[in-house]
Design a protein around this ligand. Structure first.
Ligand code: SF4
Length: 552
């Protein structure tokens, strides 16, 4: 069985029953679990369906959903899926809504922007298998805090020389051998600075458009770059010496927070391509890799009707079907999502969260351990299944069961059995390494050792300039160790340095309730630091498919 949460580790776990209580325990590749799963049942789910906040029976809920969809018609229906459960079977509902003709809100709150830059250079964003991380001499953690977000990485790197590059002195930074503190959203400039040094050293690898890249690299002035990053020559030289030796570069969401930051992940890849980091057994670069690579996704489709998530205008829809998400809290563009209160909002989920509370119809979904499913990981090379699920829960409904009901109700054909889908997902080059766990054989070789996933199979260097518009103050968002998105125990505080510029202090006073502000000199000046988006998302506005976190 797997933990379904939107987390790097994708833990394998066992379910134990003790004194009539269900408990989870770590298993095989992840022998222990984090605070969230250890406290899972302290956050009770809602198992009673509701219509206008009144309890109703599950069969009544399903009839009401069918009536709503029949009466309003597909043109007025928007489908929005959050990332509350990362199992592939969760996507089966898309089969019905695609047949029905709804519009899909497509995009990401999280890694989409950084992935965009990686795809430009490599064609696909792949994980770095754990055996390569274990082989690596040095670990370079760039814009990521694995002590909080990826705890099973820590034992793999504890005896290695570790460098952390970040805007905030995180727990990971404190536990590193070298901490390079950069200004927020300046990672592009650091990658360019190091690229200048690599090219000047005359030991580097090239690809087709290298000359174009070199021109961009040297269009920046070294002193200016150092000022923009906020680092000194000594730090720069130390970092340069380490990256020349090779290692595993583990980048995180901290590198891709601003609108143009897709160029940052591309600049980082271009730097390490020159240094020969790809296709090797003891080095590599990984962001959040594709969890679906090496397995099949029977629900992957090109939607007939779609809209970029951050361009959604809810005035265009009457019905919004929200699955496993809490847009009222987790999404930027909050002013737009507030309109859900005036729509026929259907929430299909587990918790009575802010969005469920305002929903016209609440459909309780079965819990992850009550349904069959499969998940990959954006960190490791394993695939974990929930194949032997025996729990009987008749009050709630799984994604597959809801889809089956709707397909029948609307006379749509083509839905396969649950087991057929599971088989299809796993019909890939996998080695069964234990009960409900497989290893992707595609990662027996280093990623990209047979070339890149670009048109000509070669790496494509960065060919775009980047000019970050410096702001009077910056937002830095991170994860909290006791919360995931809007689930569990949120940290609804912003942290600021009291010595920051007046313009920022004034903005905070005018916009954030006093009880939500903590003053600390541990945060650099002129930064608003938030662990999670519940407070700050109110002020973040984005456009397009991929969210970025800037105050305008
Ligand atoms: S939230 Fe992450 S670390 Fe915690 S149990 Fe789930 S996958 Fe593992």
């Amino acid at each position: 069985m797997f933990c379904p949460l939107d987390c790097w580790d994708s833990c394998k776990l066992k379910v134990k029953s003790e004194k009539l209580k269900v408990k989870f325990e770590g298993d095989s590749i992840t022998p222990y679990l984090c605070w969230k799963l250890n406290n899972y049942f302290k956050f009770p789910s809602e198992t009673t369906p509701k219509y206008n906040s009144k309890n109703i029976m599950l069969n009544e809920t399903l009839d009401k959903l069918a009536d709503i969809l029949k009466n309003k018609g597909p043109k007025r229906v928007l489908f929005v899926k959050g990332s509350g459960n990362m199992g592939i079977m969760q996507n089966v509902t898309k089969l019905f809504f695609e047949n029905y003709g709804a519009t899909f809100a497509v995009g990401s709150t999280c890694d989409g922007l950084g992935e965009e830059g990686i795809i430009k250079g490599r064609g696909k964003s792949l994980i770095l298998p754990t055996w390569i991380i274990k082989n690596a001499k040095n670990i370079i953690i760039w814009g990521r805090n694995p002590y909080v977000t990826n705890i099973h990485l820590i034992p793999m790197i504890k005896d290695k020389f570790t460098v952390t590059i970040d805007a905030i002195e995180t727990k990971t930074a404190k536990n590193s051998d070298l901490f390079i503190q950069v200004k927020p959203n300046s990672d592009f400039y650091l990658a360019i600075l190091l690229a200048q040094m690599v090219i000047e050293s005359e030991q580097y690898e090239v690809s087709d458009n290298f000359d174009e890249y070199k021109k961009i690299v040297f269009s920046y002035d070294k002193k200016d770059l150092m000022k923009k990053c906020g680092i000194n020559n000594e730090e720069l030289m130390k970092l340069f010496e380490i990256i020349k030796q090779g290692g595993a570069v583990l980048t995180g969401l901290g590198t891709a927070k601003c609108k143009e930051c897709w160029k940052t992940t591309w600049a980082i890849d271009s730097l390490f391509y020159m240094l020969g980091y790809f296709g090797k057994k003891d080095r590599g670069v990984a962001f959040l890799g594709s969890s679906g690579y090496g397995i099949n996704n029977p629900f992957s489709m090109n939607h007939k009707n779609k809209v970029p998530l951050w361009d959604v205008n809810l005035d265009d829809y009457e019905v919004v079907f929200v699955q496993a998400g809490n847009p009222l809290v987790s999404f930027p563009n909050r002013h737009e999502w507030q309109k859900l209160k005036n729509k026929t909002t259907v929430v299909f989920g587990k918790y009575m969260d802010e969005t469920a509370q305002i929903a016209t119809l609440f459909i309780p979904s079965k819990d992850f351990f009550e349904k069959k499913d499969v998940r990959g990981s954006y960190f490791h090379e394993y695939v974990i299944t929930n194949e032997k699920c025996k729990v009987k829960n008749e009050k709630c409904i799984s994604e597959y069961e809801l889809t089956k009901f709707l397909m029948n109700e609307f006379g749509f054909t083509g839905l396969k059995s649950e087991d057929e889908y599971i088989e299809e997902i796993l019909n890939a080059d996998l080695e069964k390494t234990g009960d409900e766990i497989y290893r992707k054989r595609v990662f027996d070789k280093p990623p990209y050792s047979d070339g890149f996933f670009t048109d000509n199979g070669k790496f494509k260097f960065l060919n775009e300039d980047f000019e970050y518009n410096k702001k009077p103050f910056e937002i830095v968002t991170a994860k909290h160790d006791k919360a995931l998105n809007s689930q569990f125990q949120r940290d609804e505080i912003i942290y600021i340095n009291p010595n920051s510029k007046n313009i920022m202090l004034r903005w905070v006073t005018e916009n954030i309730p006093e009880k939500r502000v903590v003053f600390t000199e541990n945060i650099p000046e002129n930064i608003i630091y938030a662990k999670g988006g519940s407070v700050i998302n109110e002020f973040i506005n984005c456009k397009g498919e991929n969210a970025y976190y800037e105050i305008h």
